[in-house]
Design a protein around this ligand. Structure first.
Ligand code: PRT
Ligand code: MG
Length: 216
């Protein structure tokens, strides 16, 4: 019974490695060096598939992978129907925030009840947030480099992930609201959980025991 784990390259892959180690799983190839999309592990019945971060929920939902690791941001935008989410792994932490140009009067724009032009990849999160505040928005959907939008006049504000804040600073943007805290979750295919119960339980339990402690 082969177990397939979906991960994305970069921070999620890197930060999942210690959790895999706790389960006795060692990935045998470095995704930054290899062009392979299916990576073997030291356990013959466990393999890792590399997919785009935003494709992890899709792979797991439709059984292309039995389990995966994905950001809460991605889960909210994708919708998490049909995915079992047993663990907040507390890795790849960041926040979703609203940012504007340093010279943009956000408070005034929001108070006046005028329309705010918002550029983001996170249209669901942004729509919900501004609806709760009673702010009318014109949404511009982007797939990356959100920081560029306010600098080019494409939008007044962006809704994006922030961790250190360095990217905003480098682009003369300021964080004006924190919408929500984000971390990555373990997601599991519901059918696989029944069919491959023992090996999946073993991995879930090992991950649970290795989750980094809450730090404030
Ligand atoms: O790159 P690709 O389009 O394939 O997908 P992706 O950008 O969604 O993937 P990836 O690997 O960059 O991010 C995967 C997940 O990591 C996200 O879904 C988040 O849950 C989590 N994560 C944690 C982050 C960050 N921290 C983060 N800082 N994802 C992205 N960023 C980006 C952010 O978008 C901004 O451009 O880093 C920049 C800000 O970082 P600071 O440190 O300068 O504030
Ligand atoms: Mg990225």
């Amino acid at each position: 019974m082969t177990i397939t784990l979906a991960l994305s390259k970069g921070r999620i892959f890197e930060e999942t490695l210690p959790l895999l180690a706790a389960a006795g799983i060692e990935v045998l190839e470095d995704p930054e060096k290899s062009r392979k999309l299916i990576l073997p592990t030291n356990q013959p019945d466990v393999r890792v598939v590399l997919v785009r971060a935003s494709d992890v929920p899709t792979y797991v939902e439709y059984g292309g992978a039995d389990l995966g690791v994905t950001g809460k941001d991605t889960l909210i935008e994708h919708g998490s129907q049909g995915l079992y989410q047993p663990l907040d792994l507390r890795i790849a932490k960041c926040r979703v925030s609203v940012a504007v140009r340093q010279d943009f009067d956000y408070e005034r724009a929001v108070k006046q009840g005028s329309r705010l032009k918002v550029a983001t990849k996170y249209t669901s999160i942004a729509r919900e947030f501004f609806a709760t505040k009673g702010v009318h928005v014109d949404m511009v959907k982007l797939y990356g480099s959100m920081e560029l939008a306010p600098l080019t006049g494409l939008a007044d504000a962006i809704v994006d992930l922030v961790s250190t804040g360095n990217t905003l600073k480098a682009n003369h943007l300021v964080e004006v609201e924190r919408i929500m805290d984000i971390s990555s979750f373990l997601v599991v295919n519901q059918a696989a959980l029944k069919l491959k119960r023992e090996p999946l339980r073993r991995i879930i339990n090992a991950f649970a025991s290795a989750i980094p402690a809450e730090q404030n």
